[in-house]
Design a protein around this ligand. Sequence first.
Ligand code: ADP
Ligand code: GLC
Length: 477
Amino acid sequence: MKKILFASSETHPLIKTGGLADVAGSLPRALHELEQDIRIIMPNYQGIKNCEPGRYVCTVRVSNNDVHILETRLPDSDIIVWLVDYPPFFNHPGNPYTDENGAPWPNIGDRFALFCRIVAEVAMDRAYLHWRPDVIHCNDWQTGLVPALLSLEEHRPATVFTIHNMAYQGLFPASAQAQLNLPGQLWRPDGLEYHGMLSFIKGGLAFADWITTVSPTYAQEIQTPEFGYGLEGLLAYRRDNLTGILNGIDTDIWNPETDPHLSRRYSASDLDGKQANKLELQQRLGLPTNADIPLFGLIGRLVEQKGIDLVLSCLPEIAQRPMQFVLLGSGDKSIELRLQDFARLYPQNIAITIGYNEPLAHQIEAGADIFLMPSRFEPCGLNQMYSQRYGTLPIVRRTGGLADTVTDALPETLANRSASGFSFNDPAPSALLEAIKRSLLLYSDKNTWRKLQQNAMGKEFSWRLSASRYLDLYQSL
Ligand code: ADP
Ligand code: GLC
């Protein structure tokens, strides 16, 4: 049995802004089921909910600050979650990265540097928790300093660093190095320095014993300039210690047969229930109720990554057709405004909900016919897997995890029953439009569509396989 400390800046259902939280809330459960002793560590944000209040367990002194560690559990499990409690940094309204108005925390570097120091202390069993992990599994830049700090320790645990997104690197001016009081040995071009700046993610990429990313295709892509953001050279250099392990999904939370957010549950053999969800969704969002009209859905952070601009370019043309489009998301204010303009222009066809709303996300997955995910890049992507499980066929750009999880509907994949959605290559509105037209053509053939839905719903997306890949990796280190 391995002792694993899983460090993440967000964990579902305690606090979530995106897919990292879903992974941090579900991979540890899967490893726990494989009988591993896995514990989660994250900051104690004011916004944490859905768990027992943390119980004080110890105080750790780092950089002249007394930091408390509180202990709670992941809901419906006995997985320990350690909450790093430092109220001056974490006891504020907002999310892990921004304040209530969406402005990034000005001291975000100080916050996550402190978090990393505490994780390193726990890793070295110097936090009075009487538990010494074999492996520290770090996730994204917020935990990047952990492998760097541990590289200076003798008899340290093994370190794994998972890249969920290369677009977020934790870059700060060089002066932050001194301000954060980081050991001087780490400041070098093959260490934390990145073109004269301090890079948190490089701490993971340069110092972790092993690097993983969340899909095999993304593992290749990030070794190229288009996806590597200047770190492709380092990643190519480390390619013998870099693997892509596809994310799984929590098949209990995302299950149309048991989903508590749906008024009608359904399965691959009873798709009538799906139609009831469609009618209800149309009603809830103020669209004309119509079981036959193709209903497109999109849920996500409204940022450049997600290719919303491609959707915006197609909307004038598709809104002329008999179709409906529902979107749930928040992010870039200019994208939000452009979307809302379209909704005003086409109130019969388009419904835009700006905000974060978990129940509605489930209802869109269930009620839509087709899910749009035309991402410019996508390390893994979870929504396209949720969609397939809900019989909502995804249209995706063939990149990263989208390429690894969606099988394009072509004559041969339709014949061998592997087709589960639609994909296109070019990040251009015309390519998306062409895929949309292909989907509409198949949608009009009810029999074929039903078969496609059944193919998609029957696909295996659970953590079973991927969790055992992580376990093999931990054992090999
Ligand atoms: P990313 O992590 O890049 O945002 P993923 O597809 O991996 O993309 O995961 C996104 C997760 O966040 C999904 O669980 C999705 O349902 C959820 N999500 C994104 N935006 C919203 C929103 N506005 N309301 C509810 N859930 C959302
Ligand atoms: C990131 C990526 C997304 C991935 C998620 C979980 O937020 O953007 O593609 O699914 O992390 O790994």
